[in-house]
Unconditional design. Structure first.
Lengths: 284, 296
């Protein structure tokens, strides 16, 4: 009897150790970036151009670039993702086609980000002749985000009770009217939560934008959707591996990393707040 | 009027149907475009050389350029398997703790922690590989620098953990309560129940989760690009610098002139990468669905 209990105590402590290591890893990551990056952050750092071969100055163009690309990503991924989810959850019956679509979604979410990058080079940069630019990079990231937005949107649609649809249909509404007036309004906040999470991941991605439009350094802001851009994740990569004076620009790299993490977290926080509000409304 | 409405409804239905099919087209499109761009490479390179030679030197000027990807393939597998060796036990342990030991409050705190970990951009993890993990490894093993396969494995483990934890936890939670109650009623402790009943019952779900984590690790680019040292050579140990397939594409794609054999060969690597991750994900999918059917 005693051995059994000792075994249990030991076993549970091993499990505690496991989760302890995972939490430690996260704390180390956040602590290191925050303590070493916070000293660099200032209004000037956030709002000025890089100077002297990027050894001084700020990261404004990288922030603007990431913002622009994320907007394009959202414009591509949100409508297409929601549309696909509406088809799967509202229109389609369980058939070979839907199983095929679901299989494609699962596989797309497993395609390596660098392969999306290659795909973007052929499709957007070369075949559609956009060149390396904001638009190509944003569309590439949009494709990458698609499986996440679909899954999240479908989840949100599933949470709308069937009686809402039936009530509307019983009153003589057509299928689309029922969806438009009685399903979407309740599903949109949930869809947004998942979509914002997907966008935050896209904003932090580097591999897909490497050859589709991100630039090492640009003396001015992107003028149109067809110009190259600087982006926060790519800037961090450059500053930590490609720069000619790596040890000198290390503080800037830390600052960039902190801004990038902060940006991703703020987007996540938005998503969590929307989710929390949604839950509250449901409870009422 | 009714007819008009009918037409409109059908049109909308049709549009959503096309939108649904889009993802299938994208998946097929990725495959087809990769194949068409990779094929010209094999007019110059024998497939056996491409897959089974470890010599990669596409920019050789005095000798014939060589296009063997074996060393990168081995590096990719080595770094990914190393990551799994670290992440799978940790992930299962954490998942078991969350599903069986932790009370509700701890679970509420742990969930966002796992989500935050999943949300950290890969380039930031790679950066930490350079500034934190690298120097640490160099110090312990007395190496000139710590940019090697071990570093890559540790970082990829951190990146694979959230996937493995949350999917393994789902698998453990979906084991029917009756299994657990029967075991406890027979006098087994919670620990015995966990080890001999719940984990064996959830094992295929856990394997599927680990495979998915492996797929992620194989396809990850920025972390391995930044932290493994990037030296193309057949890896002999975990303390050696390696260069994975993803890193090779990332490094060379930006500099290679369009439509040269080297350029096509990089798409060849992309195709190999696509096929490997596709197979790994499919296996994970099949295991997962079999498992769900068994549970039902």
């Amino acid at each position: 009897m005693k051995i059994k209990q000792l075994q249990e105590i030991l076993g549970f402590n091993i499990l505690r150790l496991c989760i302890g290591i995972v939490i430690c890893a996260l704390i180390i990551i956040l602590y290191d970036i925050t303590t070493k990056g916070i000293g660099v952050i200032s209004w000037k750092f956030l709002s000025s151009m890089p100077k002297n071969g990027m050894t001084e100055g700020g990261i404004l163009p990288a922030i603007i670039g990431t913002f622009l690309v994320t907007v394009i990503t959202a414009l591509m991924a949100i409508p297409l993702g929601m549309g696909c989810a509406i088809y799967l959850n509202e229109y389609a019956k369980d058939s070979k086609t839907t199983r095929l679509i679901r299989m494609a979604i699962r596989n797309l979410s497993g395609v390596p980000s660098i392969v999306y990058g290659l795909f973007g080079v052929i499709l957007f940069v070369q075949l559609m002749n956009f060149g390396t630019c904001v638009l190509s990079a944003g569309l590439t990231l949009g494709l990458m985000t698609l499986p996440w937005t679909i899954t999240a949107s479908e989840e949100a649609l599933k949470n709308v009770p069937n009686s809402y649809r039936e009530g509307s249909l019983a009153l003589g509404a057509t299928k689309w009217q029922a969806i438009k007036t009685n399903v979407l309004p309740y599903a949109v906040p949930g869809m947004l939560t998942g979509t914002i999470l997907g966008l935050s991941r896209a904003a932090g991605e580097t591999a897909p934008i490497l050859f589709t439009g991100a630039a090492f350094f640009l003396p001015s802001m992107p003028k149109s959707l067809f110009s190259q851009f600087m982006a926060l994740p790519y800037h961090l990569y450059i500053m930590s591996t490609q720069h000619h004076a790596i040890s000198k620009v290390r503080p800037i790299a830390y600052g960039t990393a902190l801004v990038l993490i902060a940006l991703v977290f703020m987007m996540n926080l938005c998503a969590v707040i929307i989710r929390y509000r949604l839950r509250k409304i449901k409870m009422e | 009027m009714a007819k008009h409405n009918d037409f409109k409804e059908k049109l909308i239905h049709g549009l959503f149907f096309l939108n649904g099919l889009l993802v299938v087209f994208v998946l097929i499109g990725i495959f087809v475009l990769l194949v068409t761009k990779a094929l010209p490479a094999f007019r110059q390179i024998r497939l056996t050389e491409f897959l089974f030679s470890a010599k990669w030197n596409p920019t050789a000027t005095f000798v014939a350029p060589s296009y063997g990807i074996l060393s990168m393939l081995v590096s990719t597998l080595m770094v990914s398997i190393g990551a799994l060796i670290i992440a799978v036990p940790l992930g299962i342990g954490t998942a078991a703790y969350l599903s069986d030991v932790a009370d509700k409050r701890v679970r509420e705190i742990a969930k966002p922690i796992v989500e935050i970990l999943a949300g950290i951009p890969s380039v930031v993890i790679g950066f930490l590989g350079i500034v934190l993990v690298g120097p640490f490894i160099a110090k312990i093993f007395r190496l000139p620098n710590g940019l090697n396969a071990l570093n890559g494995s540790i970082l990829l483990a951190v990146m694979a953990l959230p996937t493995i934890i949350s999917l393994s936890e789902d698998a453990l939670n979906s084991v029917p309560k009756s299994f657990q109650e029967a075991s406890l009623a027979l006098g087994a402790t919670h620990w015995q129940t966990l080890m001999r009943v719940k984990i064996p019952a959830a094992v295929s779900g856990i394997i599927a989760a680990s495979m998915l984590g492996m797929g992620r690790a194989i396809g990850e680019t920025m972390t391995v690009l930044m932290a493994t040292g990037c030296a193309i050579a057949m890896p002999k140990s975990f303390l050696q610098s390696v260069q994975t397939m993803t890193a090779t594409i990332a490094i060379e794609m930006g500099e290679v002139p369009y439509n040269t054999t080297h350029y096509y060969a990089l798409f060849g690597i992309g195709l190999v990468l696509f096929i490997i991750t596709f197979i790994v994900n499919m296996i994970s999918d099949i295991i997962f669905h079999k498992y769900q059917k068994v549970l039902k």
